[in-house]
Write a protein that binds this ligand. Structure first.
Ligand code: ADP
Ligand code: MG
Length: 344
């Protein structure tokens, strides 16, 4: 009898996570939020939760030591985890770092990594309290865990969006994806003096976690759902819609793009494509009932309305001319190695 084996690429990253989730019975009393959100929320007292998140960065998958310095890598390893706490509206308090270190890495490089890491966490009042250190046979492996806290009733999950809610995003989208492309392309070069090019690269190498913005949204109680943009707007909005059981319409001409992204010449894709499919912007994507728009604006978190939640499932993109196109999630999937969605 033939043994049928399933390849991980048949499931994709998110299919695999769902499968892992089935092995972990929910304990809604002790862990009101488990697998499936930006961070787990674990009950500490009747009114407060511990938020826990972990993310890995692997050489050759997430970064290339030819295009990042160790300071930036340390910064980014902290930022991507702090961002998941921000996406729940929490306050990051403690972190742990686990490293798999190849023999090629020097002590000075490890020092540089921790210099960048420390500057990033200190800005958020977070302290390093532990970790693990091992050798790695090939490439640098970084795993960071961040623990945060939140008022139990104020945690913002991916699941609360309702039809009619407006969709907002902080800052601008797409810079990081364009920055990565520039870093990878030999002809533009990492040493470009063009300030706009430098800015896009910086946005990729040293993203700013939107912790203050997440905290304001949680305190205000105005947001119905939230996620950080790590995989790409189309993919992360897809997660939010799926968890909320709703659909969404995005307004193409409302998606905030930086002047740097729209001014740099010679990029392979359109600015909007980087915003939709590029990922690693670490902005906050959130929803809120339409009648609260003025109050959201009064929070002064640089948020832009980019669409609305719909009862109709699936995602659609409304162009400037009013044409409606289906929008498929097209961010990065580790096993499908997918970067772009089929929107045109
Ligand atoms: P994010 O992009 O916000 O870091 P991920 O897409 O990495 O989120 O993960 C989605 C959810 O799945 C999170 O709740 C995460 O904790 C969980 N998850 C991912 N991988 C695993 C795993 N191997 N075991 C258990 N939970 C996992
Ligand atoms: Mg996240």
């Amino acid at each position: 009898m033939a043994i049928i084996t399933m390849k991980i690429s048949d499931l994709g990253e998110f299919g695999l996570i769902d499968r892992i989730g089935k092995t972990a019975p929910r304990n809604a009393r002790r862990a009101p939020i488990g697998i499936g959100d930006d961070a787990a929320a674990l009950l500490l007292s009747p009114s407060s939760v511990l938020l826990a998140t972990t993310d890995m960065l692997i050489e050759g998958v997430h970064f290339d030591l030819k295009t990042t310095d160790l300071y930036s890598l340390g910064w980014k390893a902290a930022a991507v985890n702090l961002s998941d706490i921000a996406a729940m509206g929490g306050v990051p308090r403690f972190c742990l770092t686990a490293l798999g270190i190849p023999t090629s890495l020097t002590v000075e490089q490890v020092d540089e990594f921790y210099r960048g890491f420390s500057v990033c966490i200190r800005k958020q009042g977070t302290v390093l309290v532990g970790g693990d250190t091992c050798s790695s046979p090939k490439g640098l492996i970084i795993s960071v865990t961040v623990l945060g806290e939140a008022d139990r009733k104020r945690v913002i999950t991916r699941a609360g969006a309702r039809p009619g809610d407006l969709i907002y995003v902080t800052g601008t989208l797409g810079d990081s994806g364009a920055g990565l492309e520039i870093l990878r392309s030999a002809e533009c070069g990492v040493r470009s003096k063009n300030p706009a090019v430098r800015k896009l690269i910086e946005r990729h190498l040293r993203p700013i976690p939107r912790v203050a913005e997440g905290k304001k949204l949680a305190l205000s109680g105005l947001a119905s759902a939230m996620i950080d943009v790590s995989d790409g707007l189309s993919s992360d909005l897809g997660h939010l819609c799926e968890q909320s059981g709703e659909g969404a319409e995005l307004f193409a001409d409302r998606i905030p793009l930086s002047k740097e992204l729209t001014s740099v010449k010679g990029l392979k894709q359109q600015p909007l494509e980087y915003a939709l499919f590029g990922g690693e912007d670490y902005e906050l994507l959130f929803t809120s009932p339409v009648e609260l728009e003025r109050e959201i604006m009064s929070l002064r978190i640089r948020a832009t309305v980019i669409g609305a939640i719909t009862r109709r499932k699936g995602m659609r993109m409304v162009t400037e001319k009013g044409e409606i196109h289906p929008l498929a999630p097209g961010g990065y999937d580790h096993f499908l190695r997918l970067r772009r969605g089929p929107v045109r």
